[in-house]
Design a protein around this ligand. Sequence first.
Ligand SMILES: [Zn+2]
Length: 155
Amino acid sequence: MSNNVYANEADALEMSRPENPAPTAPTAADFPGSTPGPWREYAPEIDGVVTPFYRFIDGGDGCGNAEFGYHGFHLSGYIHESDARLMAAAPDLLALARQYASECGECDGSGLVTVHIPGNEGVPAIDYDDQPCPDCADIRAVIAKATLSSAEGGK
Ligand SMILES: [Zn+2]
């Protein structure tokens, strides 16, 4: 029962009936992508006081299991405003990185190129297919770092 999510004892009793299978704790599979933007950051007023280095960062519709219709997060803590602003800009930065990678002129957005090694003095030329594109490998590495899948990051 430790992996069940109940709001209170009455909900637990209702959910324990065979016709109402108990929800299970969310897993990574419940969140196939990051919380859609926009994300927000701000210094909240608490008891009439705003502390510039105490900030909230949140996005989406709330915290919890996507199965229940919401997908999001809320963080709070002591953090410099510039770091909080960078975190809140993450969805926009990721979208731009994906756009630039998809528009790469060297690989037509595939992330892969064929490297041609010319022949020389009787040694035949060789083509190496599916090599990482040198023009967008760095941005694809950033995308892979920011996402659960390295598939869109290229090879
Ligand atoms: Zn490229």
